[in-house]
Ligand binder design. Structure first.
Ligand code: KG4
Ligand code: ZN
Length: 345
C-alpha cells in the first residue's frame, strides 16, 4: 500500500472540524490530529441549528482550526497528499465555506482535492477503527439522518431504509422540547427516562411489521404532544414516564426495522468469510438503550455489533480525511476544482 496522508475538512452542519489521517506503507492507519469545534452554545438558545449562524461560525473558525490540525499533526500542508472536504449533504452555507477553503488550499499547495459525501465518511469510519472488510450494514442515526445503508465497497452504497419524516435524533430533540427539556434533547430524554415507567404510555411504532425498511417518527412525536397536553401540567414523574415510554417505542421500532435488515443482509450474503457486521454511527448511538437494543439484535442474528468511539460516531473531520484516503488509495480520481456543494446529495 502506498503511504498516504490526508487533510480532512468538515463543515456540513454545526461542527467545524479539521483532521489529518495517514496510512503507512504497511497499511497501518493513524489519526495524527482531530480538531472539532462545536457550535452548540451558539444554537442552543434557539432550540436547534440556525443555518445563518452556523455558516458565519464556520467562516470565523475554519482557518484557525485547519492550522491547529496541521500543527498538532506536526506537518505542513506541503506534507499532505490530498485535501478531502465534505461537499454534501448538509447546510449549503457551511458546505460552501468548507469547500471554498478546501479548494483554495488545494490550488495554492498544488494538491488533489476529494469532495467527500458526509454519509460516506460515516459509512467508512468502521474500516479505520475496526479494520472492517466489505460488505457490511451501517445504521446512521443522527440529528439530520436516519439511514440503513448497505456498504458494498468504496463508492458502492445502497440505501435500504431511510426516514420518511423526522430523523431519529430530531424525534428525541422535538420530544425534549415538548417536555420543556433543553436542546439537544437526546441526552436529556435518556437521563429523564432512567426514572420513568416505560409501560405507562403505549406510544405508536410506525411502519413496524412492514416489509420495506423505512422509518417514520413524526407520529410518535404527535402522540407525545397529545399525551403531554392530556396530562398537563406535567410533574417530574410524568416527564420521566413519557421519556421512558418514548424510548421504549423507539427500541421496539428499531428492533423490528433493523431485525429485518439483518435478515435481509444474511439472505443476500450467506457465504461471507467473517461473521457479518452491523455498524452504528451518529449522535443517537450514544443512547444506551438504543445500543442495548442493537446489541441484542446482533446477538440474535449472529452479527458483530460495531460502535466506533463516540467521538468518531458524531460529526468530525477524521472520517472525511479517511474517506478521501480510501478513495485515493483505490485509485479514484480526484475531483475538479470547480466541483459544487450538493446540499441534498
Ligand atoms: O451525529 P450528531 O452529533 O450530529 C448531528 O446530527 O448534527 O447527532 C446529534 C443528535 C441530536 O439529535 C441529539 O439529540 C442526539 O444526536 N443524541 C442523542 C443522545 N446523544 C445525542 N439521542 C439520544 N440519546 C442520547 N444519549
Ligand atoms: Zn453526520
Amino acid at each position: 500500500a502506498p503511504f498516504l496522508r490526508i487533510l480532512g475538512i468538515e463543515t456540513s452542519c454545526d461542527e467545524t472540524a479539521a483532521a489529518v489521517v495517514e496510512r503507512d506503507a504497511d497499511g497501518r492507519s493513524k489519526v495524527l490530529s482531530d480538531v472539532v469545534l462545536s457550535q452548540l452554545d451558539e444554537h442552543s438558545a434557539y432550540g436547534g441549528v440556525v443555518p445563518e449562524i452556523a455558516a458565519r461560525a464556520h467562516v470565523e473558525a475554519l482557518d484557525t482550526l485547519i492550522d491547529e490540525a496541521l500543527q498538532r499533526a506536526g506537518v505542513s500542508v506541503r506534507d499532505v497528499d490530498a485535501i478531502a472536504v465534505t461537499s454534501g449533504p448538509g447546510l449549503i452555507g457551511g458546505l460552501l465555506v468548507g469547500l471554498m477553503t478546501g479548494k483554495a488550499i488545494a490550488k495554492a499547495a498544488g494538491k488533489p482535492l476529494y469532495a467527500v459525501n458526509h454519509l460516506e465518511g460515516h459509512a467508512l469510519t468502521a474500516r479505520l477503527t475496526d479494520g472492517l472488510s466489505f460488505p457490511y450494514l451501517m445504521l446512521l442515526v443522527s440529528g439530520g439522518h436516519t439511514q440503513l445503508i448497505l456498504v458494498r465497497g468504496i463508492g458502492q452504497y445502497e440505501r435500504w431504509g431511510t426516514t420518511i419524516d423526522d430523523a431519529l435524533g430530531e424525534a428525541f430533540d422535538k420530544t425534549a422540547k415538548l417536555l420543556g427539556l433543553p436542546y439537544p434533547g437526546g441526552p436529556q430524554v435518556e437521563e429523564a427516562a432512567k426514572k420513568g415507567n416505560p409501560d405507562r404510555f403505549d406510544f405508536p411504532r410506525p411502519l413496524v411489521g412492514e416489509k420495506r425498511l423505512d422509518f417514520s417518527f413524526s407520529g410518535l412525536k404527535t402522540a407525545v404532544r397529545q399525551t403531554a397536553a392530556d396530562i398537563a401540567p406535567l410533574t417530574e414523574q410524568d416527564v420521566a414516564d413519557v421519556c421512558a415510554s418514548f424510548q421504549r417505542a423507539i427500541s421496539r421500532t428499531l428492533k423490528d426495522r433493523i431485525g429485518r435488515g439483518l435478515q435481509r443482509f444474511s439472505a443476500e450474503f450467506p457465504h461471507l468469510d467473517e461473521e457479518p457486521a452491523l455498524v452504528v454511527a451518529g449522535g443517537v448511538a450514544a443512547n444506551l438503550e438504543v445500543r442495548a437494543t442493537l446489541q441484542a439484535l446482533c446477538d440474535k442474528y449472529a452479527f458483530r455489533f460495531i460502535a466506533p468511539p463516540l467521538r468518531l460516531c458524531t460529526d468530525n473531520a477524521v472520517m472525511i480525511a479517511w474517506a478521501g484516503l480510501e478513495r485515493m488509495a483505490t485509485g479514484v480520481a480526484p475531483d475538479d476544482l470547480d466541483v459544487q456543494p450538493r446540499s441534498r446529495w
